[in-house]
Design a protein around this ligand. Structure first.
Ligand code: FAD
Ligand code: NDP
Ligand code: LAN
Length: 567
């Protein structure tokens, strides 16, 4: 039986209410009719039209384009798109992002209510297995990668290497099951963080490590790395995984947990797709409340913020969320959060809807406490989880330079943040070059005891502020499989008896003042300096950013210890 027939029958047989079954059946009939219509009518027609258009283009547009490319106007045009990128983005990418987001919201609602079922997941997984088996049968000609186009990924890179690889389509976008008895959610890898908060919060739950940016996917965060402001309790997102389901190179489907296939379970985080295709993951969830009670603690010396952060993160009653934004070498605002039902009646005015479109960017709001002094407020939960989404942390100012003006928020704010995928898609080569050589985007995960050294090094190398600070526990794995992570050194014992060392993620995003002032600044040398620092202190560089290590240097950090020992 072909996958196509199997999937149609599986769709029909799904359990559910009469309405759901009717919608599913109608959906499948429509898809079936559309497929026939598409294959036998639309495609041949399109091909004919395409041939005519190509012919016309070949004799008109192509020569015209070649002329433009050769003419003196071409560099001017490219320069226009690079120079006035802010306005070009506001006119194109912003409305497109708005439409795309709304389309997906409706699509997800429809799938969640009518089509999503674990039963269908199995059919989709069989399709991944079929592709891998076909690759084996064809003699494993090229390396396999996911077919996800590089511009959709949340990294700085445009991974051209994918073009020469065998692309495996992983069409797995759905939340499969929320198990409130085991406190887990089972997700397909392309489920994104925005989708999870929209699904889980109305049910009264969230991931224990709920990642901030809407478009980051479960697969990307688990095969790469996911860290957030509750990581000082739970560790990286991968630490909260109960089970992975993976399709291996021979096409087999394996499930791994801490007990079953434990070596693979620990090797998957940070493996970046090199071990197999993730097709589902079960993650731990926590109960939530409608608000987060946030306390802002401004600090005016480096010792003050370093000491307070160490005290707060190690305290037995540490808050659920701990974050800091560092505004200069000496100043920072620490903000902690706990789930709350809302303020007492006398404090209702302290509810702050930070996610509303006309509100100041969150990092600007936090900065204001350096002047105002210590304070507290209540933020609606989903708005708290996505507090940096509207301003892409503080990177929107680099893409749309006038975004910090109040009128921008009032006139364009309702369109939301431009989608990173679309910004990437519309970047000219000059923009990409500038993002490597005149712009810094880096995150290092280093022991918390190294915070002051790390800030001083960033200050010297980049002088870019604010800096992002998330604390994160790195656990020593009880069964000896440490995966790509080193065994932490200065161990403390957690409430459940497990051992860990407190690390922190320090992020730097922006244009160094030296570049702005047209002074010499060597991006590669400076980034290599911080990479060396990370290696020296038993730390890591997040690999969504540009990495300039040599292969040998890279392997001292990112190779599985067992593999290293075997060499
Ligand atoms: C299910 C499965 C089965 C496989 N089976 C086999 C097998 O039987 N035999 C075999 O030889 N291999 C196999 N592979 C491995 C596949 O060939 C590997 O993905 C690849 O060989 C690893 O090579 P690489 O280190 O060059 O990484 P790539 O596959 O090229 O990429 C791995 C990671 O590195 C990053 N990356 C790679 N190049 C760059 C770059 N230039 N710039 C920035 N980032 C980059 C990517 O983002 C990606 O996350 C399998 C892979 C999968 C997923
Ligand atoms: N707060 C945080 O933690 C933040 C994290 N990030 C980074 O962003 C990245 C996530 O971005 P996102 O766009 O979602 O993911 P990406 O598409 O960038 O994927 C990241 C890596 O995971 C691999 N991968 C993705 N899906 C699968 C799968 N189903 N099976 C096997 N491998 C897979 C990709 O392999 P392939 O190349 O073959 O597609 C790639 O190497 C992470 O690397 C993370 O470190 C960024 C911002 C914030
Ligand atoms: C661990 C944590 C909190 C990470 C936060 C990472 C974000 C700040 C990163 C993720 C994706 C990211 C690298 C991106 C960019 C900025 C920094 C981002 C948003 C931008 C928008 C910078 C401008 C660039 O021209 C380009 C459009 C390619 C990238 C896209 C990805």
């Amino acid at each position: 039986m072909s996958i196509d027939t199997a999937s149609r029958q599986d769709y029909m047989q799904c359990e559910g209410s009469l309405l759901k079954r009717t919608v599913r059946a109608t959906h499948n009939h429509i898809v079936h009719v559309m497929t026939l219509f598409w294959t036998y009518l639309v495609l041949p027609l399109l091909q004919a039209v395409q041939s005519v258009l190509l012919f016309v283009a070949n004799i008109t547009v192509m020569p015209l384009f070649a002329l433009i490319q050769k003419s003196p106007a071409y560099p001017v045009l490219l320069e226009f798109f690079t120079e006035h990128r802010g306005w070009v983005l506001v006119g194109t990418v912003l409305p497109l992002s708005f439409l795309f987001d709304h389309y997906f919201r409706v699509r997800n609602w429809y799938y969640r209510h009518f089509l999503s079922a674990p039963h269908l997941h199995d059919v989709r997984v069989r399709e991944v297995q079929r592709q891998v088996c076909a690759w084996n049968e064809a003699g494993r000609q090229k390396p396999m990668v996911t077919a996800r186009p590089p511009w959709l990924a949340m990294s700085l890179r445009v991974e051209s290497f994918k073009e020469s690889c065998e692309k495996i389509k992983i069409n797995l976008h759905d939340i499969l099951e929320v198990d409130t008895a085991r406190m887990t959610v089972r997700c397909e890898p392309l489920v994104d963080m925005g989708q999870i908060t929209r699904h889980l919060i109305p049910m009264g739950y969230a991931l224990s490590v709920m990642i901030e940016m809407d478009d980051l996917t479960v697969g990307g965060l688990l095969m790469g790395v996911g860290v957030e402001v509750s990581s000082h309790i739970y560790g990286f997102l991968s630490e909260t995984v109960v089970a992975y389901e993976v399709v291996l190179g021979d096409g087999s489907l394996v499930r791994c947990t801490r007990e079953e296939n434990a070596d693979l379970f620990h090797a998957l985080p940070w493996s970046h797709g090199t071990l197999g295709f993730l097709v589902a993951a079960e993650l731990k969830i926590v109960p939530v409340k409608p608000y987060v009670h946030v306390k802002y603690i401004p600090c005016h010396t480096q010792d003050e913020y370093a000491n307070k952060l160490s005290l707060i993160t190690h305290a037995p009653n540490t808050p659920e969320f701990v974050e800091a934004t560092i505004y200069s070498r000496e100043t920072a605002v620490i903000f902690t959060g706990d789930f709350s039902d809302g303020p007492p009646a006398s404090q209702k005015h302290k509810i702050n809807h930070v996610g509303r479109w006309w509100k100041p960017w969150f990092y600007k709001h936090v900065e204001s406490f350096l002047e105002k002094g210590e304070d507290e407020e209540w933020i609606p939960l989903r708005q708290y989880y996505h507090r940096h989404t509207r301003s892409i942390f503080w990177e929107l100012r680099e893409v749309i330079p006038f975004c910090n003006a109040w009128w921008y928020r009032w006139v364009f704010g309702w369109l939301g943040a431009p989608k990173i995928a679309f910004i990437k898609l519309t970047s000219t080569p000059a923009v990409r070059e500038a993002s490597v050589y005149s712009h810094v985007v880096q995150d290092l995960v280093v022991p918390l005891t190294e915070l002051k050294n790390a800030v001083n090094l960033y200050d010297d190398a980049f002088d870019v502020y604010p800096l992002l600070f998330y604390p994160v526990r790195i656990y020593k794995q009880d069964d000896g499989y440490q995966g790509m992570l080193h065994t932490p050194r200065n161990l403390r014992t957690a409430e459940d008896g497990r051992q860990y060392e407190m690390y922190c993620d320090l992020g730097v995003y922006g244009v160094p003042p030296k570049v702005k002032n047209k002074q010499p600044w060597d991006a590669i040398a400076e980034v290599r300096r911080i990479e060396k620092f990370a290696r020296d202190v038993n730390g890591y560089q997040l690999l969504y950013a540009d990495c300039f290590m040599t292969r040998d240097e890279f392997e001292t950090v990112s190779m599985c210890p067992a593999h290293r020992a075997a060499q």
